[in-house]
Design a protein around this ligand. Structure first.
Ligand code: NDP
Length: 247
């Protein structure tokens, strides 16, 4: 029997891709400290499901756009579950609007969670990893961060920023035994894409060679691979999972 992989931090684990990541990592034996912003009932359900797989799971309310909350979440997870070996910076929001109509707070909210949130989450997790000379960082970008997307200047800017952030981090911490990679999904079936108008969904589907949205499970499977030792020589990479939409 291989030893258990350790403790993982997952931001935004209460729904969608984050919840699928929590369940998938639990199947691989990871103990997990995940955070959520507001949906307590959903968070408790995911926490219970993961615990039933025989690992220790801790759901903590923390808004990653606030540095102190991200720091406290990471510290409490280490106190209660032990040293964090992997962090998955997944929490994200959309506030779609054409640029000329975009309000200041629609720009700010997306930057605060999607970019500042990744900075706060990774800084809190990586600091103790440096001392242990072991760790793995995964950030969630998007095909919009690579190719852009109409109506998403705020979101695409944040997601492109995540790629620069993660590549820089990979260079900074590689010599300390820490890997950092980006996962860039295409259209994935979650609450985030459910909010799209039907006509827009249909138009988008026509541009996906596989003719369907991806599942959160398909993204979670890639996350599980990247944080595992099977990916031990992969760092600084942008791994795309998009059914061919970005070809
Ligand atoms: P969902 O909207 O389904 O879930 C978002 C999760 O993030 C929830 O758990 C939510 O918590 C949490 N969250 C949001 N803001 C904060 C915050 N400030 N602090 C802490 N937690 C927060 O999103 P998806 O699962 O679809 O997306 C997950 C990630 O994948 C995002 O970064 C997204 O940009 C990215 N992505 C998604 C794609 C898609 O097609 N779905 C495509 C490409 C990338 P709560 O439940 O409490 O609100």
């Amino acid at each position: 029997m291989p030893p258990p992989p350790g403790v993982a931090l997952v931001s935004g684990g209460s729904r969608g891709i984050g919840a699928a990541v929590v369940r998938r990592l639990a199947q691989d034996g990871w103990d997990i400290g995940f955070c959520y912003r507001s949906d307590e009932a959903a968070a408790r359900r995911v926490e219970k499901e993961a615990n039933e797989l025989g690992v220790r799971t801790l759901a903590i309310r923390a808004d990653v756009s606030r540095a102190a909350e991200a720091k406290a979440w990471a510290a409490r997870t280490e106190d209660e579950l032990g040293p964090v070996a992997a962090v998955v910076a997944n929490a994200g929001v959309t506030r779609d609007r054409p640029l000329v109509l975009m309000a200041d707070d629609e720009w700010r909210q997306v930057m605060d969670t999607n970019l500042d949130g990744v900075f706060h989450t990774c800084r809190a997790a990586v600091f103790p990893m440096l001392k242990r000379r072991r760790g793995c960082v995964v950030t969630l970008s998007s095909v919009a961060g690579i190719h852009g997307n109409s109506g998403q200047t705020n979101y695409s800017a944040a997601k492109a920023g995540i790629i620069g952030f993660t590549k820089s981090l990979a260079k900074e911490v590689g010599a300390h035994g820490i890997r950092a990679n980006v996962i860039a999904p295409g259209l994935i079936d979650t609450d985030m894409t459910e909010a799209l108008p039907t006509k827009e969904r249909e138009g988008l589907l026509a541009s996906v060679p596989l003719r369907r949205f991806g599942t959160a499970q398909e993204v979670a499977d890639l996350v599980a691979f990247v944080v595992s030792d099977r990916a031990s020589y992969i760092t600084g990479s942008v791994l795309e999972v998009h059914g061919g939409i970005a070809l």
